[in-house]
Design a protein around this ligand. Structure first.
Ligand code: ADP
Length: 540
């Protein structure tokens, strides 16, 4: 027997006992078997144990099958962070189908586009969004079986609980035969043109969820507050991750600081996630809504760059920050800013600066590089040379639904191209400088909008800041700053801001124009730079 064959003999091949498709569906089945009486979900006054969570998800799967829904079918859900959406994360794929959690802040036309493009076979809509669902269905122009999460449905659909009643909680469900099978469809925001449908597979969902369990330190004692929209990359896969850890999900219909602080205090929340905007909201919440809590609350933030001033302010309030970076295409988080020994001893402001970097790959990410996108050569680890972040991982999407061209382009030369520009630090940590479309080029020099924003957030009167390119006849582009002052800010002028920046930035990076006011945000908490670029053109 040759050396190569020794370990590959016929009796050493895969069999039904030693190989199964990886799927996050096993997480719920296991947690229900191991902890049937443990509290799985808190949603307002409702409570569900893991046994109930499982039974309800099985019912949902069986009810969907009863309606003829199975492998390859898309089931759309339009709901805030409530228990039926968590149940859908398991019930829909248990029926073999694909979950499309809709962004609740889209307009009717945007939703109709997704329902048509994703060829949804059934829509589950929450009472809060029934008028929106009705308008979307009208735009779609064809009827769709509808399940309404409402006691008295108003659109002629089946009430959710009645629908669950159609299902059998004991009906067997099949695990996917192939881990490459699709589990979810998530649309990117599509700031330029139509959104793209990102297709997730069971294997990636399984792996990224476990990566998140490890990165964020989840366990059976974890109490996870749903401040991150579940429609955003399936809640960065925490829908599956918290269930894997058999922690408790605390649902939240709306993110407002009063409800967040109340939930933290009342349910002894240990973990929550959110875009930096959510953190800013907590930091600047009125004193009367801030509550004291004894437990350590771990907060993972990402989706946009958290300014170090925000990290610092959160840590001062007793939260512990984990910084994550990722994209819809990578099931949410791919990197984290892993803390090294000794960081704890650093002064907070210095530590916050280190933590504001996007960091290193998390345990499930195969490779992460910063490269010259033309040559694919790594940039030097000099914290200066800007390149594109490219990834290779088992936790990357299958591709874009019905869009081979965009899929090929993004997977060019065997790497996933993030479109994010970063530098590599000497210690191997990456720092995002901009999305490629947001970088400002002034007199031939690159200006990182994030770097200018980082300086602005250090100004004592600034609550939020965004910097975009303003076309300029001489320089090509110059930085234009949009600023929201703190609620109790002292009078501050554009000139004050510019003088402050001169002390903190190279001269050519200092904003030429400063505009005060509220900043437009996307539904996932990102500042809409596209919109600001339009506004900047009008500024004189
Ligand atoms: P959208 O395209 O709708 O914004 P995504 O949620 O997929 O959808 O956005 C991913 C992008 O968000 C990344 O490509 C990156 O530009 C930005 N991003 C995410 N996390 C961070 C972070 N920690 N720091 C800086 N940028 C981030």
């Amino acid at each position: 027997m040759s050396a190569e064959d020794r370990y590959d003999a016929p009796h050493l091949r895969r069999n039904a006992a030693n190989f199964a498709a990886l799927s996050p569906l096993v997480f719920l089945r296991r947690s229900a078997a191991v902890y049937p009486e443990k509290l799985a979900i808190i949603d307002g006054a409702a409570r569900f144990t893991y046994g109930e969570f499982y039974a309800r998800s099985c019912r949902l799967a069986s009810a969907l099958k009863g309606r003829g829904i199975g492998k390859g079918d898309t089931v759309a859900v339009l709901a805030p962070n409530i228990h039926p959406l968590l149940e859908a994360h398991f019930g829909v794929p248990m029926a073999g189908a694909v979950l499309c959690a809709l962004n609740t802040r889209l307009d009717a036309a945007g939703l109709a586009f997704i329902l048509a493009h994703g060829e949804a076979k059934l829509l589950i809509a929450d009472r809060e969004f029934l008028p929106l669902a009705r308008a979307a269905l009208e735009k779609l122009g064809s009827s769709l079986p509808l399940v309404e999460i409402a006691e008295s449905p108003s659109l002629g659909g089946t009430p959710y609980e009645t629908f669950l009643g159609e299902g059998d909680p004991a009906a067997p469900f099949a695990m996917p035969g192939d881990e490459w099978q699709a589990i979810a469809l998530n649309y990117t925001s599509g700031t330029t043109g139509n959104p793209k449908g990102v297709v997730y597979h069971h294997r990636g969902a399984f792996l990224n969820a476990l990566g998140n369990v490890l990165t964020f330190g989840l366990g059976p004692d974890s109490v996870y507050l749903w401040t991150l929209p579940m429609f955003h990359c399936n809640g960065w896969t925490y829908s599956w991750a918290v269930t894997a850890a058999a922690g408790t999900h605390v649902c939240l219909r709306r993110v407002d600081p009063e409800r967040v602080f109340a939930a933290i205090a009342e349910h002894r929340v240990t973990h929550l996630c959110g875009a930096p905007i959510v953190l800013t909201m907590l930091v600047h919440a009125p004193e009367r809504v801030k509550r004291r809590f004894e437990q350590v609350v771990e907060v993972a933030t990402g989706g946009a760059a958290p300014p170090s001033a925000v990290i610092e302010a959160m840590e001062k309030m007793g939260f512990r920050i984990t910084h994550l970076y990722g994209l819809t295409e990578s099931y949410g988080p791919t990197t984290h800013c892993a803390a090294q020994e000794g960081w704890e001893e650093l002064p907070l402001a210095e530590r916050a600066r280190l933590m504001a970097r996007q960091g290193v790959r998390h345990v499930m990410l195969e490779r992460q590089r910063v490269v010259d996108p033309d040559t694919m050569e790594d940039v030097p680890a000099d914290a200066k040379t800007i390149g594109e972040v490219v990834l290779r991982s088992n936790t990357l999407m299958k591709g874009y639904l019905k869009n081979g061209e965009a899929t090929e382009e993004v997977f060019d030369r065997g790497w996933f191209h993030t479109g994010d520009l970063a530098v590599m630090h000497e210690d191997g940590y990456i720092e995002i400088k901009d999305r490629s479309k947001d970088i400002i080029i002034s007199g031939g020099e690159n200006i990182s909008s994030l770097e200018v924003e980082e300086a602005l957030y250090r100004h004592p009167q600034v609550m939020e800041a965004a910097v975009v390119a303003k076309p300029d006849a001489f320089w090509g582009e110059t930085p234009c700053a949009f600023i929201t002052l703190k609620p109790d800010a002292l009078p501050t002028t554009g000139e004050d801001i510019i003088l402050f920046c001169r002390d903190h930035l190279a001269h050519f990076k200092v904003p030429r124009h400063v505009v005060f006011g509220l900043l437009p945000k996307t539904s996932t908490g990102k500042i809409q730079k596209y919109e600001l670029r339009e506004r900047a053109k009008e500024v004189s």
